[in-house]
Design a protein around this ligand. Structure first.
Ligand SMILES: Cc1cc2nc3c(=O)[nH]c(=O)nc-3n(C[C@H](O)[C@H](O)[C@H](O)COP(=O)(O)OP(=O)(O)OC[C@H]3O[C@@H](n4cnc5c(N)ncnc54)[C@H](O)[C@@H]3O)c2cc1C
Length: 392
């Protein structure tokens, strides 16, 4: 993989081993993501295999989780997304959006019940924040939680009503982390609930005919008078900082993952340019193609350096959500732009699924949009830089 400034030499033994094992896993176990992408399927047989490999939340500790470095975790996301964004999304959702909130905000019972199973892939989780009418502004969510007894007495069941959409893995999930407003409390604070998907009143229809992130399962979560014991509420968080802190973890992984997708496009374009001959010589010998490769290598290297620095800040406990916004925003834009250039360099062959750039390019439309759109990250940075918010 492209490493122009020799960042691999700065990796620890553990980090290098994780990269190697992720690469051999992808080479040995992942058949053909191009075919899955065309069929609109996720290779579900990989869910438990990825669990066995320790790919879900490896940066967390306890409950059988290895507690690897934040850089190692980022490198893993990079390797998975070099294969396909669907693979990285599986690991991101399971690890950063489901296991992380249980680990950070859950009760001991919730942690013991779910973390080992989610870690091995025996159970699949999903994260329900987005609603049909509320995407970029999730704080306006309409999903409601009320105590069955109508008052805020501890121990009373909750009843949940509402609908979530664009939820990765909801159709195959065993448990959903659902964010809802608690209407039995003053100020209707946002709270997180662990909703088993086989409960009465829960349906999880699949969203078909996506033209992006096709090798990933996406669906809705409909909640109709879903009765939930009080112990299914995440006890240790209240308000939007609950879902937003999960998004910070997942966006960190995306900032790394985008480097993988872009680097894969670069490798494919470089190989193609060296092989493909026109006008009597390899197209890589023409200045215009070299310009494209030089720019691609430069932009990917900048994204890679940003990801490494982000890992340093995260390890030191100094990473702010705004740092993550800048890295997610920049690195996904880089992958989106450069995958298009790589596709272009492959000529007609570039529009087939035999080569990865167009698949990555289409995937990047989702990655550019989910976990905070490019515009929303621009506004987050704008507010941080000027002290003035411009969302509304
Ligand atoms: C394949 C896929 C998987 C997903 N997985 C999940 C998941 O697992 N869980 C989950 O909860 N969500 C998930 N999402 C949802 C995703 O996070 C949302 O799509 C995203 O937050 C954007 O919301 P929206 O689609 O409603 O767009 P909107 O919020 O309606 O935005 C539409 C456009 O308006 C722009 N815009 C919005 N507000 C402003 C503003 N104030 N200023 C300027 N421009 C603005 C946006 O940038 C965008 O370009 C997924 C989405 C996709 C496509």
């Amino acid at each position: 993989m492209l490493d122009y400034f020799d960042m691999e030499s700065t990796l620890s033994e553990e980090e290098r081993m994780l990269v190697d094992s992720a690469r051999s896993f992808i080479d040995g176990e992942v058949d053909d993501m191009g075919e899955h992408w065309i069929d609109g399927t996720f290779p579900t047989e990989l869910i438990s295999k990825m669990g066995e490999m320790g790919f879900y939340a490896p940066n967390l500790e306890g409950y059988g989780l290895p507690g690897v470095s934040e850089r190692a975790y980022g490198l893993l996301m990079r390797e998975l997304e070099a294969c396909d964004s669907g693979l990285r999304s599986m690991a991101s959702v399971q690890g950063a959006l489901v296991m992380y909130p249980i680990h950070a905000f859950g009760s001991d019972e919730q942690k013991e019940k779910w973390l080992p199973k989610l870690g091995t892939g025996e159970a699949v989780g999903c994260f329900g924040l987005t609603e049909p009418e509320h995407g970029s502004n999730p704080s306006a969510m309409e999903t409601r939680a009320e105590r069955a007894g109508g008052h805020a007495a501890d121990g009373d069941d909750y009843v949940l009503n509402g609908s979530k959409t664009w939820i990765t893995n909801s159709p195959i999930a065993d448990v959903a982390v659902v964010w809802a407003k608690d209407h039995t409390e003053d100020g209707t604070p946002v709270r997180g609930f662990l909703v088993e998907t086989d409960r009465d009143g829960v349906t999880t229809n699949k969203i078909d005919e996506k033209l992006s992130l096709r090798a990933s399962i996406t669906g809705e979560i409909s909640l109709q008078d879903v009765r939930l014991p009080a112990e299914n509420r995440l006890p240790d968080v209240e308000g939007m900082k609950g879902p937003l802190s999960c998004l910070t973890q997942a966006r960190y992984g995306i900032a790394w993952g985008a480097v993988g997708a872009a680097a894969d496009c670069f490798e494919v374009a470089r190989d193609y340019a060296t092989d493909r001959e026109q006008f009597g010589k390899p197209i890589g010998g023409f200045q215009m193609q070299q310009q494209k490769l030089a720019e691609m290598a430069t932009q990917i290297t900048l994204a890679q350096l940003l990801a490494h620095r982000l890992a340093d800040l995260k390890e030191a406990g100094e990473m702010r959500p705004q740092h993550v916004s800048m890295a997610k925003r920049n690195n996904v834009r880089t992958a989106r732009d450069q995958s298009r250039i790589a596709r272009e360099m492959l000529g007609g062959n570039g529009i087939t699924a035999d080569y990865s750039p167009m698949r990555h390019m289409a995937n990047m439309e989702t990655v550019y949009t989910y976990e905070g759109t490019h515009d929303i990250h621009t506004l987050i940075l704008g507010e941080d830089i000027t002290g003035m918010q411009a969302y509304q």
